[in-house]
Ligand binder design. Structure first.
Ligand code: IPD
Ligand code: CA
Ligand code: CA
Length: 268
C-alpha cells in the first residue's frame, strides 16, 4: 500500500528535485572527457554514474535515514521490504560516454512491493516525466496519456539489447526480426527508462526488452500505467521489476505484441 497521501506527495516533490539536481551533474560532466570502467565487455560505468548516484543517495539518507535504497552502482542498502528508493543514476551510460545526447536519471519509490512514485528526468531536453500512484502521469507537470493507435502497421516501437547480447543473441534477435516485419518502425535509442516514458506520452506505441533490472524500469513502469497503458511480461502475465521481460504498450496493441513476441523452441 502507498502510505499516507500527504507523505507520498512530499516524497514525490523531493524525488523531482533530486532528479533535476542529478541531471545538472550529468549535464556538467557530459562535454568533458570521461573515466570509463568496465563492468563487462560492453557494459561500462563512468564517473558521472557514480557522482549522480552519490548525490541522490546522500540526499535520501539525509532526509529519510530509515529508508532503504537499491541503486544500480552500489546495490541494496538496507532491506528489500518497507520504503525502498530504486535509482538508476544515469540510464543511457553508453550514449553518455559517446556524446550521444540521450540519457536520463530515473528514481522510483517502492513501498512494501508497490511502486508509489516515479520520476525520469532528461536533462538535455529539460523534460521531467513523473507519476504518482492513482494521480496520473505528467511531463513537466502536464498530464500525459498513451497513444490511441490500434494497428501494428502504424506503430512506432522501441526496444533495447542486453549487455550479454554477444554471448546470448537469441531470442533477442529473433524477436527483433519478427517485430521489424510488422511495425512501422523500431527505435533502439539506448535508455529503457526514457523508452517507457515515451510510451507513456504517446510518442511510442510500445516497448519491449528482456534482461533488464529494477532500476531500469521501476519509474517508467508507473509512468506507463498512470498514463493509461499496459505493462506485462511477454506472455501477458503481471510484470514485476524483479523479472527479466517487459512489454509496455498503449494497451490497444498489447495482444498483437504478445503474439509476435512468442518464440517457439527458444527460452529466455
Ligand atoms: C541500459 C539502457 C539501455 C538498455 C540496457 C540497459 P544503462 O541501462 O537502459 O537502453 O537497452 O539494457 O542496461 O546501463 O545505460 O543504465
Ligand atoms: Ca539502466
Ligand atoms: Ca545506469
Amino acid at each position: 500500500m502507498c502510505y499516507l497521501r500527504s507523505a507520498v506527495e512530499e516524497y514525490y516533490t523531493f524525488a523531482i528535485e533530486i532528479a533535476k539536481k542529478a541531471g545538472e551533474i550529468l549535464l556538467d560532466l557530459y562535454p568533458r572527457a570521461h573515466e570509463i570502467h568496465y563492468k563487462g565487455s560492453i557494459n561500462i560505468v563512468t564517473e558521472a554514474d557514480l557522482k549522480s548516484e552519490g548525490l541522490i543517495k546522500r540526499a535520501i539518507k539525509e532526509k529519510y535515514p530509515d529508508h532503504n535504497i537499491l541503486a544500480e552502482e552500489s546495490g541494496l542498502e538496507g532491506r528489500y521490504e518497507g520504503f525502498k528508493w530504486i535509482i538508476d543514476p544515469l540510464d543511457g551510460t553508453t550514449n553518455f560516454a559517446h556524446g550521444f545526447p540521450w540519457f536520463c536519471v530515473s528514481i522510483a519509490l517502492e513501498v512494501d512491493g508497490e511502486i508509489c512514485l516515479g520520476v525520469v528526468h532528461n536533462p538535455i531536453f529539460k523534460e521531467t516525466f513523473s507519476a504518482l500512484k492513482g494521480k496520473g502521469a505528467f511531463l513537466n507537470d502536464r498530464p500525459i496519456k498513451v497513444s490511441k493507435n490500434e494497428q501494428m502497421l502504424k506503430a512506432l516501437l522501441a526496444t533495447g539489447f542486453p549487455y550479454n547480447i554477444h554471448e546470448q543473441p537469441e531470442p533477442v534477435v529473433s524477436r527483433f526480426n519478427k517485430v521489424l516485419k510488422l511495425a512501422r518502425g523500431i527505435r533502439r535509442a539506448g535508455s529503457a527508462a526514457l523508452d517507457l516514458c515515451y510510451v507513456a506520452c504517446g510518442r511510442f506505441d510500445g516497448f519491449w526488452e528482456e534482461r533488464l533490472y529494477p532500476w531500469d524500469t521501476a519509474a517508467g513502469l508507473l509512468l506507463v500505467e498512470e498514463a493509461g497503458g499496459m505493462v506485462t511480461d511477454f506472455k501477458g502475465d503481471p510484470y514485476s521489476i524483479y523479472e527479466k521481460e517487459i512489454l509496455a504498450t498503449n494497451g490497444l496493441i498489447h495482444k498483437a505484441m504478445i503474439d509476435i513476441l512468442k518464440i517457439r523452441d527458444l527460452q529466455t
